[in-house]
Write a new protein. Structure first.
Length: 360
C-alpha cells in the first residue's frame, strides 16, 4: 500500500509540474506574439561638408547623398526597421530631413488601389549633416510626405484613409497639435510659398482641401482632375496639382484660390515644378521624360528624355542644374537647365523617388 500511495503521489506531482511547464511555454509564446516591432533606426554617416542632393530609395530603405559639385554618391544613410520610405523635405532651418514612410510600395502609382505591402507608417526626423535619427512618429495610416511650414511652427502630414485627416505635428517632438478633416484618401500635403495655406490632394474625392495654416480652418475645397496626388508650389505663385488617373495638371492661384487652367497631358504625371528659367517642368513617368510647358498657357515647348519611371524634380541653388529621380532605372538624371540636356545619370539605390537639394 505505501508503494501504491507513493506511485500515485508521483503521478500527481508529475502532472502538476507538466502543467506548470505547459503554462510557462504558452506564456512564452504569448509574450513573443505580442512583442512590439523594433523602432526605426538610422546608421550615422561622416558629416556632410558639401552641397548635397538627398535621394530617398524606396526599394532598399536608404538615402543616397550626392555631392552636387562632383555628381557622385558620397554618403548613404541606411534606414533600419522600416519599409518603403517615399518623400522627404527639409525643416525650416534646413538642418533636418523629414522622411515619410508610408510602408507601401508606391512605385506603381499613388492611388490606394495600386499599393502593395503593408508595413507600419512613420515620419522620421533625421539630422541632415550626420544622418542621425532625431525623432520618430508612428502613424495610424500611411503618410506620403511631411512638410514644415516656413516659420517652423509645425509639420503637416496627411493620413491616407476615408474619411481623411491631416495632422499638424509639433516641430520638435512630432506630437499631434491639431487634426483637420479633409476629403477621401488624402495623399501629398504642401504649403503655398508664403506659408499661408496648406494644400491637401484628396485622391478619393478628386479635390483639394485648402487649410489656413494659422487658424487650422478649412477655407475652401477645390475640384480638380481624377486622382490628384500632390499640389506642387511654383515660384510664380501657382500651385500645380498632378492628377494621376486623369493624366492632367490643374493650375490654381495660390492667393485667390481660383482655378487658372488645366493642362491635358496625355501621360501620367508624377510631379511638377517651375524651373528657374520660368518654364513648367512635369515628369512623364510613363515615358521616362520631363515635359516642359509655358506657365502662361498650355503649350508644350520641349521634352527631355531622362530615365524609366521619372518621378521627382529638384534644382540647385543657382538654378543652373535640375535633377530628376527615375524609379524604375534606379538613377538620378543631372540636367543642364539652359541647354535642356542630360549631363549625367547617377546610379543610386532601388526605386528612388523623393529628392531635395541642400546647400551646406
Amino acid at each position: 500500500m505505501p508503494n501504491t500511495l507513493t506511485f500515485l503521489l508521483g503521478l500527481l506531482l508529475a502532472g502538476f509540474l507538466g502543467a506548470c511547464n505547459t503554462a510557462a511555454t504558452d506564456n512564452d509564446h504569448a509574450d513573443h506574439d505580442h512583442t512590439e516591432a523594433p523602432l526605426p533606426e538610422t546608421v550615422s554617416i561622416p558629416a556632410i561638408t558639401f552641397d548635397a542632393l538627398y535621394v530617398v530609395n524606396g526599394g532598399d530603405s536608404s538615402i543616397s547623398v550626392i555631392n552636387t559639385e562632383t555628381n557622385q554618391v558620397e554618403r548613404i544613410i541606411h534606414l533600419k526597421n522600416i519599409a518603403y520610405p517615399h518623400h522627404l523635405s527639409l525643416t525650416a532651418d534646413r538642418g533636418k530631413l523629414l522622411v515619410a514612410v508610408p510602408g507601401q510600395d508606391l512605385s506603381g502609382g499613388h492611388s490606394h488601389g495600386s499599393h502593395s505591402g503593408g508595413s507600419a507608417s512613420y515620419i522620421l526626423m533625421i539630422d541632415a549633416t550626420t544622418g542621425t535619427l532625431r525623432e520618430v512618429r508612428k502613424l495610424d495610416h500611411p503618410a506620403h510626405n511631411a512638410v514644415m511650414d516656413p516659420a517652423g511652427n509645425g509639420i503637416w502630414a496627411a493620413q491616407t484613409a476615408t474619411p481623411g485627416t491631416v495632422l499638424m505635428l509639433d516641430p520638435v517632438f512630432l506630437g499631434t497639435r491639431n487634426t483637420v478633416s479633409v476629403g477621401a484618401m488624402p495623399l501629398e500635403v504642401s504649403l503655398t510659398p508664403n506659408g499661408q495655406y496648406v494644400f491637401v490632394a484628396n485622391s478619393g474625392s478628386d479635390n483639394v482641401t485648402v487649410i489656413d495654416a494659422a487658424t487650422k480652418a478649412v477655407v475652401k475645397t477645390i475640384a480638380v482632375g481624377d486622382g490628384p496626388v500632390g499640389a506642387w508650389p511654383g515660384s510664380n505663385g501657382v500651385m500645380y496639382v498632378d492628377n494621376e488617373t486623369g493624366k492632367s495638371l490643374t493650375a490654381i492661384n495660390a492667393t485667390t484660390l481660383e482655378n487658372i487652367r488645366t493642362y491635358n497631358l496625355g501621360f501620367t504625371p508624377a510631379m511638377a515644378a517651375v524651373a528657374p528659367d520660368g518654364t513648367l517642368w512635369v515628369t512623364d513617368t510613363d515615358n521616362g521624360k520631363v515635359a516642359i510647358y509655358r506657365t502662361e498657357g498650355q503649350e508644350k515647348i520641349a521634352e527631355i528624355t531622362v530615365g524609366s519611371g521619372a518621378h521627382a524634380i529638384a534644382f540647385n541653388g543657382n538654378g543652373t542644374t535640375g535633377y530628376v529621380s527615375n524609379q524604375n532605372a534606379g538613377t538620378v538624371s543631372v540636367i543642364d537647365v539652359a541647354g535642356r540636356t542630360v549631363e549625367k545619370n547617377i546610379t543610386v539605390g532601388a526605386k528612388p523617388n523623393g529628392i531635395v537639394w541642400r546647400k551646406q
